[in-house]
Design a protein around this ligand. Structure first.
Ligand code: FUL
Length: 466
């Protein structure tokens, strides 16, 4: 073998070693707990407390304790409904702004009786039913006499220790952003670093929600949608959950290239209010589907509030809609029409393009350049109107734009009319609804990213199929 062939063999060997190397993460990436959380996709929120009985949304904190008297408390029923609806976690308002604790706390006199520990019944039912329990504990407390003084920070820290120490592990801690006056007319300066440290110390896997995270962030509205784009990255330096935080519109979109991984959680109620009120009714399946596409379908996690009624059960009306919502999702996403297609890409990094078609989470196609194309060839022309893309977020959120070219009469045409790409950000999951069903055999996806795209799933569906 001559010298030139030896050199070229060595070069080829180096090149293939290079192509096979795993891609490096780009920018901030989720922790294991954040990834597991994001993969839950839809969770249930339960607002339950004195307001359920008084008709209020924000209780004054002056309600008599025996106002709260569920006649047939059945947390197992909440868990059954959540499971039937395809929700893997439930977050209970263990303490709302009225300060009433749904467990017999040692740090408040405004609580349930020892004999009616709702939080205990709730976490036990969740664990027995294979659903993860989480808690909402409002820092704003309209009842506690020490609210508005330094002492309240001790009280609140003790409350967190009590809940996480006695009832944990809890998958999510919800810190509400609302902060008003206490019964003494004073506003509290919260010791956020201390509260975060306490949860982390007692429960390191707990994803902590606040307006700015650190585990996940408020999406900036209570209407059930993420922004477009929706980045899971956010700049939070100098901000606290109460002060100097990004504006709600920034929380909707996140920050492209932001310094921390703080994915969006979309909290919205199935009913007009957060608490159950007899005169209110749940949203329709169509409204819930719209919310699903605009939250889970735009890289958010949907936290859907389903408030138990005065019996302490989820009403038949709400559970019927939830089951129908699940049935509709199952119907639309039953058959991935891309299964069995051929996938190829010029720019790849050891991991073949066909990995976008398998359903294993940790397999992916990794491109070698920031602009990369992937082609799907279906067996025959197939009708679809929904495209699902998933970026492999353990390596970061990279994609800034996706275009789609479709074959027609022997030529390739851009699906998008005008200058708009098919979508901008992808993130954990992006569900794209086409204006009308198309019938095509070959699809060419053109990706652009801040770093070479890494995609773990592409799927196609026909929402009109029965
Ligand atoms: C808000 C609260 O003020 C509402 O009562 C509700 O709990 C909602 C989820 O968050 O900030």
């Amino acid at each position: 073998m001559n010298r030139i062939s030896l050199i070229s063999l060595a070069a080829m060997a180096m090149l293939s070693a290079c192509t096979l190397r795993e891609p490096e993460p780009f920018g901030p990436v989720p922790t294991e707990a954040q990834l597991a959380w994001q993969r839950m996709e839809i969770n249930m929120f339960c607002h339950f407390g004195p307001n359920t009985f008084t008709g209020a949304e924000w209780g004054s904190g002056m309600e008599a304790e025996d106002v709260f008297h569920p006649t047939g408390l059945d947390c197992r029923q909440w868990v059954d409904v959540a499971r039937q609806a395809g929700m893997g976690g439930i977050i209970l308002t263990a303490k709302h702004h009225d300060g009433f604790c749904l467990w017999p706390s040692a740090f408040s006199t405004h609580t349930v009786a020892d004999t009616l520990d709702v939080l205990r019944a709730f976490v036990d039912a969740c664990r027995a039913g294979g659903v993860k329990p989480g808690v909402y504990i409002s820092p704003w407390d309209r009842n506690h006499p020490s609210y508005g003084t330094d002492e309240y920070n001790d009280v609140f820290d003790n409350t967190l220790r009590e809940v996480h120490g006695t009832y944990g592990p809890l998958f999510e801690q919800w810190f509400d952003g609302a902060c008003g006056e206490g019964p003494n007319g004073k506003k509290q300066h919260y010791d956020w670093p201390r509260f975060m440290q306490t949860v982390n110390e007692l429960n390191p896997q707990c994803v902590v929600f606040s307006d700015i995270g650190p585990g996940c962030r408020w999406v900036g509205n209570e209407e059930g949608h993420c922004g477009d784009p929706c980045w899971s990255t956010l700049n939070t330096e100098g901000a606290t959950p109460s002060d100097n935080k990004p504006a709600p519109t920034e929380l909707e979109t996140g920050h492209k290239g932001g310094a921390s991984w703080v994915p969006a959680e979309v909290d919205v109620s199935i009913r007009p209010g957060w608490f159950w009120h007899p005169q209110e009714h749940p949203k329709s399946v169509d409204q819930l589907m719209e919310i699903y596409f605009n939250s889970v379908g735009r890289n958010g996690l949907l936290l859907l509030n389903v408030p138990p009624d005065t019996n302490g059960r989820i009403s038949a009306e709400d559970s019927a809609v939830l089951v129908a919502f699940r049935t509709e999702r199952d119907r639309i996403f039953a058959h991935d029409l891309a299964q069995g297609a051929k996938a190829h890409a010029l720019h790849r990094r050891g991991h073949g393009a066909k990995q976008v078609l398998d359903t294993a989470y940790h397999t992916y196609w990794a491109a070698t350049s920031r602009n990369a194309e992937l082609t799907l060839e279906l067996d025959s022309a197939t009708e679809f109107d929904i495209i699902v893309l998933q970026e492999y977020i353990p390596l970061g959120q990279r994609i800034t734009s996706v275009n789609l070219l479709l074959d027609r009469d022997g030529g390739l045409y851009s699906y998008s009319l005008g200058d708009e790409p098919l979508c901008t950000t992808v993130g954990y999951k992006r569900i794209i609804r086409l204006d009308h069903p198309v019938r095509w055999r070959q699809l060419v996806f053109q990706f652009e990213g801040m770093a070479p795209p890494v995609i773990n799933r592409i799927a196609l569906y026909n929402s009109k199929a029965q």
